[in-house]
Design a protein around this ligand. Sequence first.
Ligand code: ATP
Ligand code: MG
Length: 519
Amino acid sequence: MITDQKKFITGHSHLAETVKWLDAIIFSSNPDGSEYYFITEAVEKIIGITPDMIIQNPKVLLGFLLPEYVTLFRDFVAEVRKGNNKSIEYKIINARNEEVFLRHSAYPIFSEDRLVRVDGIIYDITREKTNSLLLQKSEERFRTLFETAEDLIFMLNSAGNFIMINTNGALSLEYSPNELLGRHFLELVDNKSKPEIAKSFQKILRTNKIETFEAELVTKYAKNIFFEINATSTKENGVIDSVLAIGRNITSRIRDREKYKELYNKLIEANRIISIERDRAKQKISVLEELNRLKNEFVSNVSHELRTPLASIIGFSETIHADQNLPEEMRIEFNSIILDEAKRLSRLINNVLEISQIEDGAIDLQKSQFNVVESLKSIIDASIPKSDEKEITLSINIADEEIAIFADRERIEQSIENVISNAIKFTPPKGRVTILAKKLFKEFELIISDTGIGIPKKDLPYVFQKFYKVSRPGDHTPGTGLGLVFVKNIIDLHKGLITVQSEEGKGTTVVIKLPLKNK
Ligand code: ATP
Ligand code: MG
C-alpha cells in the first residue's frame, strides 16, 4: 500500500506539496477502514503519529478515541458504509496526551454501484470548541448576573422600545419581562420627567458616551419610583442601533434628599425664629433699660418735686418762727403758702402710692352715688387762681341738671383735676381752656380742650405710660409723668373710656366717658 500512496503523491507532486501544509487531515481508505490509501501529514500535527504508522496499522486511530465516543463512531462508520455522507465530532487524547476535538467527515465513493472506498477530512476543532464553550460559559455568567441583579437592566431599540429587560428589573416596575418587551420606554416615565429623558436618549443615540440621568418611572400600579440610569448606545456593524441601560432604584435616596431639604428649610426657619427671638429679647432688654432710665428719671423728678415744696415749707416756717413780730397779713400769707405746698406734696405722694396700689391690684373703689356736676364745679373753682395767673380763659359749658354717677368720688375728682391741671399747665399765657360736660344716654361725657402746646404725634401713644413726659427742649414744666397714668387706671377701673387727641402747637382735647351706673 505504501507504494500506492507514494505513487499517488509522486503522480501529483504539487498537490502533495499543498496538502502537506493543510491543517486538516485528508485521507482515503477502503470501506471498512482496514486499509489506508493515503493520509496527509497533518495527522502528525493533530494526532502525533506519522502517516506511515497509520498505513501500517490502520486500527491505531481508534485507540485514541475517548471511550464515550466509541458507539457514536461505530454508528458513523456503519452509516458511511451504507453509502451516506456523514460528519461527526468527537474527542481524542492524542499521542502527545493532549485533548483534541475533531470534526470527522466521510464521503463514500462508489464505482459501478459498488462502494470502493471512503474519502474523508478531519479537522482539529479544539480551539473553535473551547472558544464556543468559553463563550457559552461567559454568556451563562452574564445571564446569571443579568437575572440576579437587583438593578433594572434593559436594552431599547433605536426607536426606544424594550428589546430586553431583566426579570428583577421588570418586577421592580410591577411587570413581567414579557409585558414590557416591545413597549416604549417613555410609557413608563412620569410626565414631568418625559421631556428631559427624551432629550437624554437623543444624546445617547448621537454619541458613544455613557449618560447618567435621573428618571421618575411609574409602575404598573401607579407607584412612582426614582431611578438613576446609566445608559450607552450599542452598535451593530458600526451603526448605533440600540441603547443598553442600567437603572438603580434611588427612591429612598431621593426621599432622603427631599427630607433633608425639608429639614434644611425648617432649620432655616428655626434660625430665623431664633434671630427674631434674639431681636425681641434685645428689644425687651432695651425696653427694660428704658424703664430703668425712666425710673431713675422719676426718682430724680420726685426728689426735685419733693425738694421744692419742702424748701418753701421749711423756709416760710422758719421765717414765721424766727420773726415774732411778723405782720399779721404776712404770717397769714406765708401760712397759706405752706399749706399749698404741703397739699402739693401730699398729692404727689398720694399719686405715687395710688399708682403702685393700682398696679398691685390692691385698690378698693369706694363707690357712691354723687352729682358729678357739683364735683366739676368745685374743681374748676379751685383752678381759677392758676388760670388767672396765666390769664387763661376758662370756657365752661356744663349741663344745668344734676348728673348722678355711681363711682369712687374722690378718685374721679382727682382724675378730673389732673386733666384740667394739665390743660392749664401746658397752655401758654392768654390761652383758652374749654370744659364741656353733658349726660348722654347712659354715660357722662366730659371734654377738656385747650389751645396749648399740644403733644407731638410720636409721643401720643405713650402719654399713658408711667413716668412718660414729652421732652421739649428748654422746657422745665414741673411734673412726674404720673398724672395721666393715674387717670387712665381710674377710668378703666370704672369701665369708662379716655381718649386724647392733640396737634402739636395747636392744642389738646381729652375726652372722658363714664357710665352713669356702675356696679
Ligand atoms: P404729673 O401729672 O404727674 O404731675 P405730668 O403732667 O408731666 O406730671 P401727665 O399728666 O401724665 O404727666 O402727662 C404726661 C405728659 O403728657 C406730660 O408730661 C405732657 O408732656 C403731656 N401732656 C399731658 N396733657 C397735656 C396737654 N393738655 N397739653 C400738652 N401736653 C400734655
Ligand atoms: Mg399731669
